[in-house]
Structures are given as C-alpha cells and as structure tokens.
Design a protein around this ligand. Sequence first.
Ligand code: ZN
Length: 138
Amino acid sequence: MKSYRKELWVNVPSRRAFINITPQVEESLRESNIKEGIALVNAMHITASVFINDDESGLHSDFDKWLEKLAPHEPVSHYRHNNGEDNADAHLKRQIMGREVVVAVTNGKLDFGPWEQIFYGEFDGRRKKRVLVKIIGE
Ligand code: ZN
C-alpha cells in the first residue's frame, strides 16, 4: 500500500471565506500516483472547516447568513470562550460545517457525485492555516 501526505497552506485576508480547494487536492492525488484508494482532507485548525458541496456563490452566501444566524460574531462579549479572544463564533461555525472529508479514489480520480467540490471554510482568518491531505491506496 502506498501512502502520501501533504499540507496545503491558506491565508484568507478576511475573517470568513469559502475557498474551493479541489484543484489542490487533485494535484496532490496526481503527485501521490495512487489510482485506487481513499483521500482524507481535513482542516488542521479548530476555527476552520473542510466540507463538500456545490461551487455556487448564492449557496455560499446562504451558508454564511445561516451560520451568522446560528452563531453571530457580534456581540463578542456574548460568548464565555471570548475571555481574551473573539473567535467563539468561529469554533461553533467550524463544528457545524465539519472538520474533514473522505473521498474515494477510482482510476486516479476523485470519485465525486454530481457537482461535488471540496471547500475550505474559514471562520477566523487573516492568518496562515493548514489543511492536511492524506491519501492511501495502490
Ligand atoms: Zn478560540
């Protein structure tokens, strides 16, 4: 069995953003030379997510609005975690959007369903963060 590991770096200039990282994961898969197996992609930070959904800007703005309704950033003092920090909402947003995705690898390709793409969800940006790609198989 072959095993491949890579860290992708992200630096989002805003507090929140959704970034399509499918091309970087596909590039990792090519580098791995693995044709049949499993790819794991996870955020390495507890205020960011990796999830699969549609690459459609209306949907992304709906996600943002929905998450702000569930866990508004302001007022910062509303959260007990914000004791010298201001990112409690980011921890909650990450929890609901998920830590990682697992995608089947078939014939050297990510075996997606229709419209599936991999996104990095940033909820406390303006600093460098990492995403782990781990691929195992033959
Ligand atoms: Zn925190």
